[in-house]
Design a protein around this ligand. Sequence first.
Ligand SMILES: [Zn+2]
Ligand SMILES: [Zn+2]
Length: 177
Amino acid sequence: MQRQWLVTLQKLPSAGRQWDADVPKELLEDPACGTVDVLPGLCGDMHWRLLLERIGGQFRLSGEWQGAMKRSCGRCNAEFDWQMSGQTEREYMLGAAPADEESESDCEYVMPPGELNLVDVLREDVWLAWKAGVICSDSCKGLCQGCGVNLNRVACQCKQDDSEHPFAALRSLKLDD
Ligand SMILES: [Zn+2]
Ligand SMILES: [Zn+2]
């Protein structure tokens, strides 16, 4: 585990801390580098621009991430690189969560000294942005209902062989007799 991705809130310098860095695919895929489910099939490292600052008694983590993951298209089944991006927006406080459930803050409470594993934070952000049934492109033609070929790659055979088409018989009629 690279120390770069472990922070201790109590030790945060007053100017805060910034990252503009690649988070290695190896870390995001390694179950030993955190407790959140690993990200499967990443195409490469992910990029993260991140700012951690102290505001009053709170710590604010904000930034943007992007990366790509191997997925299969919901229309044509082909594997493609799913481009993903999103925002990080979190607030932390040191200490135990207040007992009253009425507190409306979205703040996460961490016990001092406030150890954060940013690899887990990024994994969570990606899972929150996860979409089921992604398609390789808006113009994906999908699979032919007849012969099952990927219409993005090959011309469909069953369209040319129209002998079984219900209107094929009409074509042999001589209408001008
Ligand atoms: Zn597709
Ligand atoms: Zn076909």
